[in-house]
Design a protein around this ligand. Structure first.
Ligand SMILES: Nc1ncnc2c1ncn2[C@@H]1O[C@H](COP(=O)(O)OP(=O)(O)OP(=O)(O)O)[C@@H](O)[C@H]1O
Ligand SMILES: CC(=O)N[C@H]1[C@@H]2OC[C@@H](O2)[C@@H](O)[C@@H]1O[C@H](C)C(=O)O
Length: 416
């Protein structure tokens, strides 16, 4: 057994999710026991600064360094607090705070990911003496690789807590041509698969992502799929803030949206957006489904004279319809059960709309099968850190588009 802390602040930037877990086994026999889970809000000012940076605000390198360390301090404090009244952890997996995510121009993918490289890593080959060579396209400023930046440096968290910390989980997958996201599907596969039931684990954070897990038999591992489905709460939260002039940050339980009516022609129009039609593997973020996107939606809504409640109902319908469309278009077969997680799993209206559009598939939460829906991402980064220490790969090439499995995360050790 290893006691591990998982830490993440997601694209909603609603605070640091911390999970203290005991982890047993490796992959097929992986088991996780959640001892404590808490969300620690960022200090006043830091959240706003992070959101501004995510929205593209220009900052100096000095400011970047300051934010990086402010986040690391907040994460270290969360790690200390979550251990209160428990035996201490020996490992931390810290995702950090995403402030920028750019998918690769063309996904690596299991098929054709090799690009110029003999080994399947894009842009890297071997010369006749067996030394590595680099394709010149990698040296140009317009690299086709993705780029993803998570702040809250792991070395500082390790130093402040005195606990070995694994961080920067996405970069190794991205360096070989993957999206570096979503990473949770591999953990979902080992924690939530079922012997007879095909399942979709649908995260509803700021952005939504899915892990499709076929029944656990034969070559089930090869059939797992995952991708980012598009916006989950990001546009909804921004709309609520806009409509209440900042007085509210989200629509609790989806009550406000439930009092409106979706405008279906608008949902159709929005669904024609390229992202929803891109085949997986694919990833996205607030760079696409952020403030500018919402403002386009609000302009469109004016033409239909939608009330605030109708706007929220229509944005909710976009989230739901984009999920259903992506399952129907990209899954080898529909799941027998959907397991929701993330904050949006508490949005009763959203959940009810999803169930209505997919009447033959029970829509539940991961809580109902024994995995905490609020802290699943934090738990997943604890597992990814644990796998890193054991030398077990963390990415799922079918979900990230990377050509091969790789070890994820940089280890910042502590001398004892
Ligand atoms: N009771 C609730 N009713 C409706 N929505 C809720 C409720 N609780 C949380 N949410 C929504 O969930 C969001 C937070 O979800 P979560 O913490 O899973 O996102 P995240 O981890 O930041 O995002 P991501 O998974 O994209 O990284 C909130 O911003 C809010 O929109
Ligand atoms: C770059 C980044 O932080 N992406 C997040 C985001 O939030 C949801 C979705 O987009 C997912 O791809 C990812 O997070 C989870 C933790 C993942 O990697 O599985």
């Amino acid at each position: 057994m290893t006691r591990v802390i998982g830490l993440i602040s997601g694209t909603s930037v609603d605070g640091i999710d911390a999970a203290l877990v005991d982890i047993y086994g490796r992959e097929l026999d992986l088991k996780v026991e959640l001892l404590a889970g808490e969300t620690y809000p960022y200090a006043a000012g830091l959240k706003e600064k992070i959101l501004a940076v995510c929205a593209g605000e220009a900052i100096s390198m000095a400011e970047l360094a300051q934010i990086d360390d402010a986040i690391a301090f907040a994460f270290a404090e969360a790690a200390q607090n979550i251990q209160a009244n428990h035996q201490p952890a020996t490992l931390i997996g810290s995702h950090g705070q995403t402030v920028y995510h750019r998918p690769p121009e063309k996904a690596g993918g299991a098929e054709g990911a090799g690009g110029a490289g003999e080994q399947g890593s894009r842009g890297v080959g071997k010369n006749t003496e067996g030394r590595k060579t680099f394709h010149s396209s990698l040296l140009t400023p317009h690299s086709p690789l993705g780029y993803s930046l998570q702040l809250g440096r792991g070395a500082l968290i390790a130093h402040l807590t005195g606990i070995t910390t694994v961080s920067n989980f996405r970069v190794a997958d991205i360096a070989i041509g993957g999206h570096g996201a979503p990473l949770v599907p591999r953990v979902d596969a080992f924690l939530l698969s079922h012997p007879e039931e095909g399942r979709c684990v649908q995260n509803l954070g700021g952005i939504g992502n899915v892990a499709y897990i076929p029944p656990r038999r034969d070559d089930w591992l090869a059939k797992i799929r995952g991708w980012d489905t598009g916006p989950a709460n990001s546009l909804l939260d921004l709309a609520v803030q806009h409509l209440t002039a900042g007085a509210k940050t989200y629509d609790e339980n989806g009550t406000w949206a439930a009092s409106g009516t979706p405008c279906y022609p608008l949902v159709e129009q929005w669904l024609s957006q390229d992202y929803f039609h891109l085949p997986p593997p694919k990833s996205t973020g607030r760079e696409l489904f952020g403030v500018a996107y919402l403002h386009e939606c609000l302009k469109d809504a004016e033409a239909y004279q939608l009330s605030p409640a109708d706007i929220l109902a229509t944005l909710t319908e976009l989230t739901v319809a984009s999920i259903v469309h992506s399952y129907q278009t990209f899954l080898p077969q529909m799941p027998q059960r959907i397991l929701l997680c993330g904050g949006g799993s508490r949005n009763l209206y959203l959940k009810q709309r999803l169930q209505t559009l997919l009447p033959s598939v029970p829509v539940c939460t991961t809580d109902e099968v024994g995995l905490n829906a609020d802290f699943k991402e934090a738990i997943a980064f604890a597992v990814l850190a644990y796998w890193r220490q054991l030398g077990i790969p963390g990415n799922l090439p079918a979900a990230t588009g990377a050509p091969i499995e790789v070890l994820l995360g940089e280890i910042h050790g502590i001398l004892r």
